[in-house]
Design a protein around this ligand. Structure first.
Ligand code: NAD
Ligand code: UGA
Length: 433
């Protein structure tokens, strides 16, 4: 089938390339000219394992192309995926201006090209009621048939292609059964459970999923904080409770809290739209507070060990919001560096992928090192802020010998505490004995 994807970000590019791989003809459209010109030259603007290969293969086969023209996508396709950003506003509500703009342009262009039988799919994460809003905006200029379908996306950055090609489930929500089935048929070569629900339920499923995962993280972080006080080990607690299938072993890694472009934004957005409907989602308030607190605990631990961190040299290992991505949006690492700077600390930082992006944030106020070993010289403390597995492989004996004071705060419980102590570090993880 001929499909258009609007928004060439993480979700749009991965969805577009994967649907092309599944045999569809896909045009990806974005308003960012520079991004589209680079994609046309084969330059992929994000780091996502397997994505470059998929884009190269499918553009080569003529199934995937890029454009900035809405006229073109409307003339070529009858199925349109909205994958634009929905960032948080100051009060936490989702900013739907991009979604509204796309709905308006599509409606105008459907009318201008006298189209019929159009399907518009919201894949962006949007508050309940947005599908109906999109429908209303399109109808203001287009009187032909147009069904709106919600098809929430559950991919994780760093493994987005694998998640897209092998999802746990596919959710399709619409009040138009035929349109829902057409959208499901796009994925017919993917073997996974499917759920067809109404529009509002599909929109709610996405927020409930992200909010639940974030709640699990804040829960284990609170358990970790109690563990520190009573002398228990949160890693073992998580392992044991995770063996109960009713709890499940995933998303029980204690640490400096969740970050990224979605959990922080979606938890707040759900809280906001519930509130807007007169419901106070008390649990989410605590989830957010605990997440905030975890970031500060790292700074408190440093102050406890160093007395005062003013003019101290701190090496932060990891800038990305999690491993295997160059994305630093709402990264706990970035937040922690800002807090350290407020206390007057001098920060050096290393990340295997995210250095370039971080440079745009800190604008020369931190020192970037090309390797952790280089950053360890005369350092007063090392902080692990991202769970990059390669940090386990560092020469920690060398790191210790280079340090001025061997203090190691492991914000991700990545390293073996006993081993680090043997190397001579004063080691603190999160919720570890
Ligand atoms: P992104 O910031 O990587 O990309 C968004 C793209 O939309 C940008 O390239 C931007 O130029 C483009 N855009 C903005 N306005 C536009 C317009 N009017 N017309 C055409 N293009 C426009 O965002 P993302 O991470 O891909 O997220 C997109 C949506 O998907 C969000 O709602 C997000 O919550 C949701 N989501 C993201 C992930 C993820 O892991 N990143 C996973 C699931 C769902
Ligand atoms: C998350 C969800 O996992 C995806 O299903 C969803 O589609 C996506 O958000 C979205 O809506 O955008 P992502 O943000 O890529 O995916 O990353 P996760 O792997 O979920 O990690 C999020 C954050 O939680 C990271 O900062 C990570 O370090 C942290 N985390 C994760 C923990 O602190 N502990 C854990 O046990 C797991």
């Amino acid at each position: 089938m001929n499909i258009s994807i609007i928004g060439a970000g993480y979700v749009g590019l991965v969805t577009g390339a994967s649907l092309a791989e599944l045999g569809h003809t896909v045009t990806v459209m974005d308003i960012d000219e520079d991004r589209i010109r680079r994609l046309e030259r084969g330059i992929v603007p994000i780091h996502e394992p397997g994505l470059n290969r998929l884009i190269e293969k499918n553009t080569g086969d003529g199934r995937l192309s890029f454009t900035t023209s809405v006229e073109q996508i409307v003339s070529e396709a009858d199925i349109h995926f909205i994958c634009v950003w929905t960032p948080p506003q100051e009060d936490g509500t989702a900013d739907l201006s991009a979604v509204r703009a796309v709905a308006k342009t599509l409606g105008t262009e459907f009318a201008a090209q006298k189209k019929n039988d159009q399907i518009v799919i919201t894949k962006s994460t949007v508050p309940v009621g947005t599908g109906k809003l999109v429908q209303k905006i399109i109808r203001e200029s287009f009187k032909g048939d147009c069904a709106v379908v919600s098809n929430p996306e559950f991919l994780r950055e760093g493994q987005a292609v694998a998640d897209m090609m092998h999802p746990d489930r596919i959710v399709v929500g619409s009040n138009n059964r035929k349109a829902a089935e057409t959208v499901l048929s796009l994925y017919e070569n993917i073997k996974t459970p499917t759920l067809v629900v109404d529009l509002e339920t599909a929109e709610m499923i996405k927020y409930a999923a992200n909010a639940f995962l974030a709640t699990k993280i804040s829960f284990i972080n609170e358990v970790a904080n109690v563990c520190e006080r009573v002398g228990a080990d949160v890693d073992k607690v998580a392992e044991a409770i995770g063996m109960d299938p009713r709890i499940g072993k995933h998303f029980l890694r204690a640490g400096i809290g969740y970050g990224g472009s979605c959990f922080p934004k979606d938890v707040r957005a759900l809280q906001q739209f519930a509130n807007h409907e007169g419901y106070d989602f008390k649990l989410l308030k605590s989830v957010i507070e605990v997440n905030e607190q975890q970031r500060n605990l790292v700074v408190e631990k440093l102050i406890r060990h160093l007395k005062d961190i003013k003019d101290k040299d701190i090496l932060v290992l990891g800038l990305a919001f999690k491993a295997n991505t160059d994305d630093i949006r709402e990264s706990a690492a970035i937040d922690i560096i800002k807090r350290l700077q407020k206390h007057g600390a001098r920060v050096r930082a290393y990340d295997p992928l995210a250095l370039l992006r971080a440079q745009q944030v800190f604008d020369g106020t931190i020192t970037y090192v090309r390797h952790p070993h280089e950053g360890a010289k005369d350092v007063d403390a090392v902080v692990i802020a991202t769970e990059w597995p390669e940090f386990r492989e560092l020469d920690w004996a060398f790191m210790k010998s280079e340090s001025r004071t061997p203090i190691l705060i492991d914000g991700r419980n990545l390293l073996d505490a006993q081993e680090m102590k043997k190397h001579g570090f004063t080691y603190e993880g999160v919720g570890r004995r």
